[in-house]
Ligand binder design. Sequence first.
Ligand SMILES: NC(=O)C1=CN([C@@H]2O[C@H](COP(=O)(O)OP(=O)(O)OC[C@H]3O[C@@H](n4cnc5c(N)ncnc54)[C@H](O)[C@@H]3O)[C@@H](O)[C@H]2O)[C@@H](O)CC1
Ligand SMILES: [K+]
Length: 571
Amino acid sequence: MYMVTAEEMRQLDRYTIDRLGIPALTLMENAGCAVADEVLKLCAERSGKSNGGFSVGTSDLTRGIERAEVLGPQWAEEVTHTGPGDIPGHGGVIRTESWSQGGHDLREREHWYILVGKGNNGGDGLVVARHLTDAGLRVTVVYVEPPETLRGEAAAQRDIIAALGIPVILYGRDTLDLRGASGIVDALLGTGTQGPPREPYASLIREANASGVPLVSVDVPSGLDADTGTLHEPCIRARVTVCLAYLKRGLVQYPGAGTAGDVVVRYIGIPPGLARECGVQLRLLTRDTLRAALDVDVSRSRVPDGHKGTYGHVLVAAGSLRMSGAGLLAARAALRIGSGLVTWAVPEALLPRVIGAAPELMLAAAAAGGDGEWNADSADELLQLAQARDVLAVGPGLGRFAGDTGWLRRLWEEYGGPLVLDADALNILASAGPELEAWKPRSAAVVLTPHPGEMARLLGIPTAEVQRDRITHAREYARTRGVTLVLKGARTVIACPDGTAYVNTTGHAGMATGGAGDVLTGIIAGLLAQGLNASQAAAFGVYLHGAAGETAARHRQHPASVIAGDIIEAL
Ligand SMILES: NC(=O)C1=CN([C@@H]2O[C@H](COP(=O)(O)OP(=O)(O)OC[C@H]3O[C@@H](n4cnc5c(N)ncnc54)[C@H](O)[C@@H]3O)[C@@H](O)[C@H]2O)[C@@H](O)CC1
Ligand SMILES: [K+]
C-alpha cells in the first residue's frame, strides 16, 4: 500500500480530475459515502450487531464491489426469488439493497454532529451528513465558518444540504453541546491544512475532544500534519480515521499514529496504480509489499538438497568485556534466521569467557590486547576472517573503541561483501563526519541500522528533529550516501539508495528492551547471507523482527515481559 504526502495527494487528485476526467464532485461523493459507511459500522458495533458493515456500490478494494452485509432484521436487504437460477427461462434473483437502515429506533439512538470546515474536507463531511440522514440517523451539521464562505464542490454540497433541509448550525453563533451526541464526524481540516488550527477551528477541536464522544475523522484528524505525523495544538483525537484514496504518511508515524485511532483507507475512484505511475516510492510494509514490491519469498522455502554452504556464512564482529551479550544476541539471531554458519569474532581476552555460550556458533579471536576491548589492530584479522564469509556485521557492544575512524574505513573499503553496521560502528561512522565523502564507494551493499539517537549523530542534528520527520531524514540519508538505512523505533523506516522506502507496522512497545537492536542486526546479516539483496534483507528482517516480537508477547502474555532472547526464540 502506497503512502503519500499532502502535495503528492494533490497531484494525484489533479491528475484524476484533469487528465482522467473523473469529476471532483464524484470523488467527493465517493469519499463521503465511504466515511458514512464506516460510521454505520461503528453504530452497528455499538448496538451489538458487530458481524458486519453495510456498504454501497463504491466499496473498497479489499472487499470488492457491491457488497451488502446484513446487519440484522431491520437492516436486511430484500430478496425476491423469481425462480431457480439453474432452470433455463427462469430469471435470477432480484435483490434490492436499501441504503436506508430504517427504523425509528436508529434515529432515537444515533445523533451525529458533522463538523464542517471551509475546504474540501468540509465538503466530504457534507456528503457524510447527507448519507447518514438517508440511512436514518439524526444529523446536525456544524459549520465552523459561515456557509457562504464555502467554494467550489464544497459550496455545491452546502446547497444540497440546504435543499434537503438537514439541520445546520453555525459555530459561535448558535448553541452547541456536543456532549449529548452519539458520535462526531471531524471534517474540519484535511490535507490542505497550513500550520496549527486557527480560531474558531481550534476551539471547536478542543470542544470535540472534551465531549468524550467517539470521533470519526475524514482523511486525517484535524490538526495533524499529514506529512510528518506531528500534532499541532490542538489536534483531534479520533476513534477512527477514514483515510481517502491513499494512506497519508502522518497517520503512520508517531505521534500522529497515536491520535488517528483505527485507520481505514477507502477507495474513492482514484485508480490504485496511479501512485506508482506518478512516482510515489513509499509503501507500508506488509506481506503483500514484501511479495509484490520486494519479491521476497515470505514462505522462506529451502532447496531440498541444500547444505550449510547454501545458506551463507555470517561474520559478526561484536561484543566486548562489559557487553559480550550484544555480540552473542546478534550472532544467535543470525543463526536462528537460517544462516548456514555464523562466526562470532570477539577481542582475544573475551574468548575464554564466551566458549560454550552458544555451541552452534564458531568463534574467532580478533583485537589482541588483553583487555577485552576492540582496537585498531583488529582490522587485519577481521578482514582476513571476512574473506571467506558472505556478510560482515559490525557494531553491537563494541563499547570503547581504542582507535580512530581508520579501522572502520578499512573494513568499508577493503571488504568486498555486504556490510551491516550498527550501534558503536555507527558512532564511529558519525565521527568520520564529512571525511566520509573521501571513503571509497563500496560495490557491495551497506546496511545501517541506527536508532534515532544514532541517526541524529550521523546527521549532526538533534534527535527531536530526526523524530519530527523520520521518513524524510531516513530517505535523504540513504539516497545521498548510497546505503540502505533502517531507522529504528516505533514504525521503523527502511530507506533504500534508489529512493524507495517502507514503513513497518509489526512489533510493539515491549520490544523497547536491551538487545532487541542487536537481534535485528543478526537477522538482517543472516538474510543477506542467504542471498537476499540489501532492500529485501532490511525490509524482511525488520518485518520478521517485529512479528517475532509479537509472537513472543503472546507467549509471555504481556509485551513488557519480552526480552531480546525471546525474540530470537520466536523467529
Ligand atoms: N481535491 C480533491 O479532489 C479531493 C479532496 N478531498 C478532500 O479534500 C481535502 C483537502 O481539501 P482542501 O485542499 O480544500 O483543504 P482542507 O479542506 O484540508 O482545508 C482547507 C481550508 O482550511 C483553511 N485552513 C488551512 N489551514 C488552516 C488552519 N491551520 N486553521 C484554520 N483553517 C485553515 C484554508 O483556508 C482552506 O479554506 C482532503 O483532505 C479530502 O478530505 C476529497 O473530497 C476527495 C477529492
Ligand atoms: K479531518
